[in-house]
Design a protein around this ligand. Structure first.
Ligand code: SF4
Length: 395
């Protein structure tokens, strides 16, 4: 009964977002750029009757091009940038033993929860913007420069697995040089609606590539779509940056799994890095309490609000039966890992497009340009608080 009440409400919301995108796509003055989250390419096909978890990055890129987007970029590229920035931030904090543990900051539902429930701990969140916002900021700076386009004419669309991302893109601070980093967010289901409304035969589309350079990603970038993916990607890069040696195995099974909280100790050179992965906000309370009491043993903690990570986000194709839903999550997760295996480059710091981004534009991780474009501060949203806290950026 509850779902029959929610559905019409969602449809009304959905129509507004889809209409905005349709209007932009029909406007010849706008330079239309799109990015898709890692979890979209493993679920979109379900909206067109294909088996659960069918992997369709090529058809997705192809459909977006036929919808009239000028550039098909990718949030996975932003995930690789996140690893460069967040990994460097973690190394700095571990070496200085400051503001530990460090929490991930790429899930806006978790960030908002922390701002509301534990504002005194905000300095423990990574200052990194999410991969979506990083791509948004780079599209209207680096991308605009490469394409010779006025950023004021760029319309930046993001296809995301949940509506929390719309909230994130509308946060006041998510702007670059006076332009919104991301202009509008639509969900997987809304992208499917756009494709259907345009009469595109998704199932029979040819595979097409994403555009360079902001559409080129590593396997590490693609696993951000599942719980534990950010941690696994960060360890792949962190291990090699710290030890200057190849990581023995790219498949970190001790991070993968379904439990609400998973923990591990990883030997990284002389350091025993203690990590935790939290899947679902109902499991984060115990860890926050440990941090408040100064007894938390971990260095790095990934938190995702959804039980399986973004493959199970609220904007993904809907399955009303719980057994089918679980089946779909498993199939999407397997596809995410399969996609990682398909990539020639599986570590963020080895992605040639990332290396070039730092050489030509950003300089170095946590450098001045990165600091201005890719990092942010979070603020208390506690209603009863007499004063606000923030992890204010350091200049
Ligand atoms: Fe959105 Fe869920 Fe992914 Fe968080 S985990 S970004 S709420 S889909």
């Amino acid at each position: 009964q509850l779902s029959s009440v929610r559905e019409p409400l969602f449809a009304a919301y959905s129509t507004g977002q889809v209409l905005k995108v349709k209007r932009a796509l029909a406007d010849p003055k706008l330079y239309k750029v799109v990015q898709c989250a890692p979890a979209i390419r493993v679920s979109l096909a379900e909206e067109f009757g294909l088996p659960m978890g069918t992997l369709t990055p090529g058809k997705m890129a192809s459909a977006l091009r036929r919808l009239n987007f000028d550039r098909i970029y990718d949030t996975n590229f932003g995930a690789d940038v996140t690893i460069m920035e967040e990994g460097s931030e973690l190394i700095g904090r571990v070496l200085s033993a400051e503001r530990l543990p460090m929490f991930t900051s790429c899930c806006p539902a978790w960030v908002k929860y922390a701002e509301t429930e534990a504002p005194e701990l905000l300095e423990h969140l990574s200052s990194c913007k999410s991969p979506m916002q990083m791509v948004g900021a780079l599209v209207k700076t680096y991308g605009a420069k490469l394409e010779g386009v006025d950023p004021a004419n760029i319309y930046s669309v993001a296809v995301m697995p949940c509506t929390c991302k719309e909230f994130e893109c509308s946060r006041e601070e998510m702007e670059v040089n006076g332009h919104r980093e991301v202009d509008v967010v639509i969900t997987t289901r809304e992208l499917a609606q756009l494709i259907k409304d345009a009469g595109i035969d998704f199932v029979n589309l040819p595979d097409e590539p994403f555009d360079s350079p902001l559409g080129k990603y590593s396997g590490a970038g693609s696993i951000f779509g599942v719980t534990g993916g950010v941690m696994e990607a960060a360890i792949r890069t962190g291990y090699e940056l710290i030890t200057k040696e190849k990581i023995p195995s790219l498949q970190l099974d001790f991070i993968r799994g379904e439990e609400g909280v998973r923990t591990a100790a990883v030997q990284v050179g002389k350091l025993e890095l203690k990590v935790a992965v939290v899947a679902g906000l109902k499991y984060v309370g115990g860890i926050l309490k440990q941090v408040q009491e100064g007894t938390c043993p971990y260095h790095f903690i990934e938190v995702m609000a959804c039980p399986e990570g973004c493959v199970s986000g609220g904007g993904q194709p809907k399955l009303l039966l719980e057994t089918l839903r679980k089946q779909a999550y498993q199939a999407r997760k397997s596809s995410v890992y399969r996609h990682d295996h398909q990539q020639q480059v599986r570590k963020s710091h080895e992605n040639p497009a990332i290396i070039k981004l730092y050489e030509d534009f950003l300089g170095e991780p946590l450098g001045h340009v990165s600091h201005n474009l890719l990092h942010t501060a979070f603020h208390s949203r506690k209603r009863t608080a007499s004063h606000s806290h923030s992890n204010v950026k350091e200049d």
